[in-house]
Design a binder for this molecule. Structure first.
Ligand SMILES: N[C@@H](CCC(=O)N[C@@H](CS)C(=O)NCC(=O)O)C(=O)O
Length: 266
């Protein structure tokens, strides 16, 4: 029996990177303490939080007083520190496949999903603010690339220069997933792994943001989504945290963006 020292997760209800870690915690049945960070009011940019996570993003895990950032790294840490049940395939080749999936998320897919979310939906909550308040919010974002992405999303919405490339990248992802899942039940091969837990909230986000027809058109992705959404870790790590007002906004705006999404996807 592994002794579980205190695990505290700084996270946000609707954040995909946070959900990614909550699923791992739930898959492993680990007890954890929640510290909810309100991203819209800028809690992540406050000095106290920045001292834990200098990037001003969620999630951050604190284990026994030690801080770990970056959701992919946190997932790997949890799997190493609490090996049962293992979320890393025992077969070396499958472990490599798992890493290639999670690497892609860190090297562009997360950014594409963030662009999609900001341009379709989140921009509306920033547009409601007085301009000076939004400028002050922007100025506090430590990373220049993220700052520019938000500025353009708020200013230009679906006409933001990053929007169409992000849609095309995410459609390509669904094609790649469908290809893999045509011959294997899980993304890395024969067993559920950190790749499946990581992509679960992203596919849900796509579903919320008008990508439903793209998912339905790919039968293997649809069947995989049904399987991961039916796991108990989805209920306790994702569904229970979803903010109904946020989901309704995403779905409404996703519907409005649908025509443009279909035109871009071709
Ligand atoms: N590479 C980071 C990305 C984290 C990230 O971008 N988190 C988003 C939420 S999903 C965030 O905190 N955004 C800050 C904001 O919206 O103000 C990770 O995987 O942990």
């Amino acid at each position: 029996m592994v002794k579980v020292r205190a695990l505290r997760l700084y996270h946000n209800d609707m954040s995909v990177s946070s959900a990614k870690v909550r699923i791992v915690l739930e898959e492993k049945g680990l007890p954890w303490e929640s510290d909810h960070i309100n991203l819209r009011t800028g809690d992540a940019q406050k000095p106290q939080y920045l001292s834990l996570n200098p990037n001003g993003v969620v999630p951050t895990l604190v284990h026994d007083g030690r801080v770990i950032v970056e959701s992919t790294v946190i997932g790997e840490f949890l799997d190493h520190a609490f090996p049962e049940p293992s979320l890393r395939p025992a077969v070396a080749y499958e472990a490599a496949r798992m890493r290639l999936w999670t690497k892609q998320l860190d090297e562009g897919l997360h950014a594409a999903t963030a662009t999609l979310t900001l341009c379709i939906a989140v921009r509306l909550s920033h547009l409601e603010k007085p301009a000076a308040e939004f400028q002050a919010f922007l100025a506090k974002i430590p990373d220049a690339e993220r700052r520019e992405r938000l500025r353009l999303a708020v200013e230009k919405g679906l006409d933001s220069p990053g929007f169409a490339p992000a849609v095309r990248r995410l459609v390509r992802l669904l094609d790649e997933m469908d290809g893999t899942l045509a011959s294997d039940p899980w993304l890395a091969g024969g067993s559920y792994s950190l790749a499946d837990s990581a992509f679960t909230p992203y596919v849900l986000r796509l579903q919320h943001l008008g990508f439903g027809p793209f998912i339905t058109a790919r039968p293997h992705v649809s069947a995989w989504a049904a399987r991961v959404f039916a796991r108990p870790s989805f209920e306790s790590g994702v569904r229970k945290w979803l903010n109904p007002v946020g989901v309704a906004l995403y779905e409404r705006q996703g519907e409005i963006a649908r025509e443009k999404l279909l035109a871009i996807a071709g």
